[in-house]
Design a protein. Structure first.
Length: 206
């Protein structure tokens, strides 16, 4: 599927259903047992790596404080109330300071973050060294207009095309509550079909 892109779309189910994929076989049939065991082994390997990391970092066997446990209990018992808010009531939706063309910038391992419309690595394609007057504010959320991908950006950053800067109106945003905002906004935008159109400022605000 890597031959397809935003400009060269796959073309619907009639095209997809005729594409070939490779699967393990046994006695001429799909080997489901192998696939299940293979994935289970990968999961076990990743869990072991995570446990090793938690042990080294002193985070293994972490227990909740009484206050944290109370918050969870209140949530489970329906004591936390939810209300509905328009995104535009809470955030300013701003354009980038300057668009830096991905085909014209020099990506390196040092410099300021270069944020693009990717769902990977917090939106960071790499680091670039450009005029810092065109940096976007840190402590904001980057929003990919084509993909509705959102990431909290703690530090100032440059952007590629079709990125909006989502800035808190009450200055209460931080790297912790930003994850909550992003989760609930992602759910709200989940019906968006990638490649159909771009989110305008009005659509985001409402």
């Amino acid at each position: 599927m890597s031959i397809y892109s935003y400009k060269n779309k796959l073309g619907g189910w009639n095209v997809v259903k005729n594409k070939y994929i490779q699967l393990p076989i046994k006695n001429g049939k799909i080997d489901f047992d192998f696939m299940e065991k293979f994935i289970a082994e990968l999961e076990a390997e990743r869990i072991a790596e995570l446990e090793d990391y938690l042990s080294v970092s002193g985070l293994k066997d972490y227990t909740l404080t009484a206050e944290e446990q109370q918050v969870l209990n209140d949530f489970e018992n329906g004591k936390i109330k939810f209300g509905e808010f328009k995104v535009g009531e809470l955030f300013e939706i701003n354009s980038y300071q300057k668009r830096f063309d991905a085909n014209k910038v020099v990506i390196s391992e040092v410099g300021k973050p270069y944020i693009v419309r990717t769902s990977l690595n917090n939106g960071v394609r790499g680091y670039i060294n450009e005029d810092e007057q065109f940096l976007n504010e840190g402590n904001t959320i980057s929003f990919g207009q084509d993909t509705a991908t959102m990431f909290y950006q703690e530090k100032p950053y440059f952007t590629g095309d079709k990125i909006k800067i989502v800035k808190s109106k009450d200055n209460e945003l931080n790297k912790l509550n930003a994850q909550f905002f992003i989760s609930t906004m992602t759910k709200s935008f989940s019906s968006f079909s990638w490649g159909g159109s771009s989110f305008s400022v009005k659509i985001i605000e409402n």
